[in-house]
Write a new protein. Sequence first.
Length: 184
Amino acid sequence: MRTIILVIAAATMFLTTGCIGRAVSEGIGKVTGPKAVVVPVKPVSYNKHDLALVEYTRFEVEPFTDDFGGRTPSQVLTGLPAEVNHVLAQKGIFSRSGGKTLVIRGKILSYEPATTVDQAFGPFEELVARVYFVDKDSGQVIGEYNCIGRSKETVNQGVPKKMQGLAEAIVNAILQHYPAPKEK
């Protein structure tokens, strides 16, 4: 009898800890939003302190293409440029006259929505894109990155949240080699 009580107590502690952990994770996820991950493929510069993009004062975001067999929601392909422009503005990076134009283009490599099984153990969603930074005048690709918008919380599920995370990753890749915006 004592063994049964100990097993029930241990199981209750385990399950309660999991529920509390998930609740805390969801709360943090609500505040922090989706995750943004940047993986350099051919970075603008291998020197992390090189502000190689300083000459670029204008930014153009082209619609991304679907390299995932037509499984990428059209909302991603049409809405991502506006989301990237929104995040650029949030970070204090605005297009201005003079200087060069950086074209941001890319292709969606993977789109992973949460499944029913994910809901039981915590959702996992991600949107992966190969992103190219192109000098508009020369047409030369000056940087190539894999950028990922990822969510592990229910509050951050859905196409808009994955696009937000992907846009954050794209802008973070720019900020690796761009002067920090001045405080207003």
